[in-house]
Design a binder for this molecule. Structure first.
Ligand SMILES: NC(=O)c1ccc[n+]([C@@H]2O[C@H](COP(=O)([O-])OP(=O)(O)OC[C@H]3O[C@@H](n4cnc5c(N)ncnc54)[C@H](OP(=O)(O)O)[C@@H]3O)[C@@H](O)[C@H]2O)c1
Length: 325
């Protein structure tokens, strides 16, 4: 019998249980996938802890890549044997086999490995949302990107650089600083020991940034506001350090008529075609060599708990994938 990670109660990584589960039957419009690689994302932590509640018991994970093994009634786009990937649909990717709607799938070009696809789909479509929808980043603008060496961060930096923007990356260690430079950051700030606001003001000659992409949340939110120039936009898109507490909106006036948005990929996926557009744009960039995927860590799916611990301890770089045995 195949295996999957199951969660019966919210909690620390020890709640991730590796168990035998039956092979699911694909329903109407669904296909059965044998998974070859699974992507780890911070939202998996929020699901595990109950910050974003999912009814228990459940199998976590929102991203994977594998081979279609069976097609349910009414399917028309994919066939048995197709190589596919996804970053859509209900949680359930931490499994050796899973079913999913065929319309949630992207057919993988031969040049893209399962591992790369699992490291790219969610983080790449998030970068698409942030750079092309939340804000239209263009040449000669300046962007500050927190957690620049992270999963999403690696794609944001490369893509922002390719768009011609000046990219400032904030990272937690020397090793991450080097990685951020390789990913196109023109300036790197070690935010655990440097004054980020002062460095940004120096780099921008006092003007501040046009946009700040903040995935860290609670620990960095106020600094992000202080790094913006007049009419700048704060894109607060994550909370790796904890949720941002309520704040006084008059601060936006005081700090230079600022804008603030809190986008979520889930909403963009509701727009017909938007998710496929983001995925295809990202895959094209990868195939043209404009964007590289760095898989910093790989774990057996059975050992997902170790992967969660490392992600939450800030010990990961680039994308992390989980491999079903
Ligand atoms: N809005 C959306 O739709 C959307 C979609 C995808 C992802 N996200 C968000 O994007 C963020 C990045 O996701 P990811 O999967 O790519 O993770 P990640 O950035 O690879 O990992 C999290 C990083 O955040 C930094 N960090 C700072 N303080 C931290 C703390 N107290 N605990 C843990 N990490 C901390 C660490 O980098 P340093 O060592 O450099 O500080 C850490 O490596 C997450 O917040 C996630 O929720 C949002």
């Amino acid at each position: 019998m195949p295996k999957a990670i199951r969660i019966y109660q919210y909690g620390d990584p020890s709640v991730l249980k590796w168990e035998e589960v039956p092979i699911p039957e694909p329903g109407e419009g669904e296909v059965l996938i044998q998974q070859k690689a699974v992507g780890l994302n911070y939202i998996d932590v929020y699901h595990r802890t109950g910050l974003y509640p999912v009814p228990t018991p459940f199998t976590p994970g929102i991203e994977g890549a594998g081979v279609v093994m069976a097609c349910g009634k009414g399917t028309q786009y994919v066939s048995v044997g197709n190589r596919v990937a996804y970053a859509k649909g209900p949680p359930g990717s931490y499994s050796e086999w899973r079913t999913i709607k065929e319309t949630d799938l992207v057919k993988l070009p031969d040049e893209i490995s399962f591992e790369h696809a699992a490291g790219l789909m969610t983080k790449g479509t998030t970068a698409h949302m942030l750079l092309r929808r939340s804000f239209d980043l263009r040449a000669n603008m300046t962007a500050l990107i927190w957690a620049a060496a992270g999963g999403v961060g690696q794609f944001l930096c490369q893509w922002a650089n390719a768009l011609g923007a000046t990219v400032i990356g904030a990272v937690g260690s020397e090793e991450k600083a080097e990685f951020a430079r390789q990913n196109g950051c023109h300036h790197v700030i070690l935010y655990r020991r440097e004054d980020v606001v002062k460095r940004v003001r120096d780099i921008t000659e006092g003007r501040g940034c046009n946009v700040v992409y903040d995935s860290v949340g609670q620990a960095t939110f106020m600094q992000s506001l202080d790094c913006l120039g007049l009419f700048g936009l704060l894109v607060s898109y994550g909370q790796s350090s904890g949720p941002v507490p309520p704040f006084d909106i008059s601060l936006l006036r005081e700090k230079g008529s600022l804008f603030l948005t809190r986008p979520t990929l889930g909403d963009y996926k509701k727009i017909h075609g938007e998710y496929l557009l983001g995925a295809m744009e990202m895959l094209n960039h990868v195939m043209q060599g404009k964007i590289k995927i760095h898989i910093g860590q790989s774990y057996y799916l059975a050992d997902a708990a170790s992967a969660h611990r490392d992600l939450e301890s800030r010990n990961t770089i680039g994308s992390t994938i989980l491999i079903p045995e």
